[in-house]
Ligand binder design. Structure first.
Ligand code: HEC
Length: 88
């Protein structure tokens, strides 16, 4: 009984990840920016810039080199968000 419920939950979770609110599946770009990019300077620093996707990639890679904590997946989510939101 319990197992069936658990299995149902896991299956339901897997099937619904596509429409799941992003906060559930993974932090969204805005959250990552506010949480991970405000450790050493305020997140206004990136927010005041406008960059192309290549430039954001280079900046985020540089920040990870300095110590920003982002998994490869989170890095991609953040770069996509930055490129969409803070573009020239
Ligand atoms: C470990 C500390 C640290 C973290 C975490 C960090 N930064 Fe930085 N950041 C710095 C320092 C130090 C500078 C100033 C020196 C420089 O520009 O290299 C800087 C400068 C910047 C600048 C201005 C220079 C430029 O290239 O335009 C931007 C934009 C920036 N950071 C974005 C980010 C973003 C986006 C994140 C989140 C992924 C982030 N930072 C996380 C340390 C950090």
């Amino acid at each position: 009984m319990k197992r069936g419920l658990l299995l149902g939950l896991v299956l339901g979770f897997m099937l619904s990840t596509v429409d799941l609110p992003t906060a559930w599946a993974q932090d969204d770009g805005a959250t990552l920016l506010d949480q991970r990019c405000s450790v050493c300077h305020s997140s206004d620093r990136p927010k005041s810039k406008k960059k192309t996707p290549e430039e954001w990639n280079a900046t985020v890679t540089r920040m990870i080199g300095k110590g920003a904590k982002l998994s490869p997946d989170e890095k991609q989510v953040l770069i996509d968000y930055l490129s969409k939101t803070y573009k020239p």
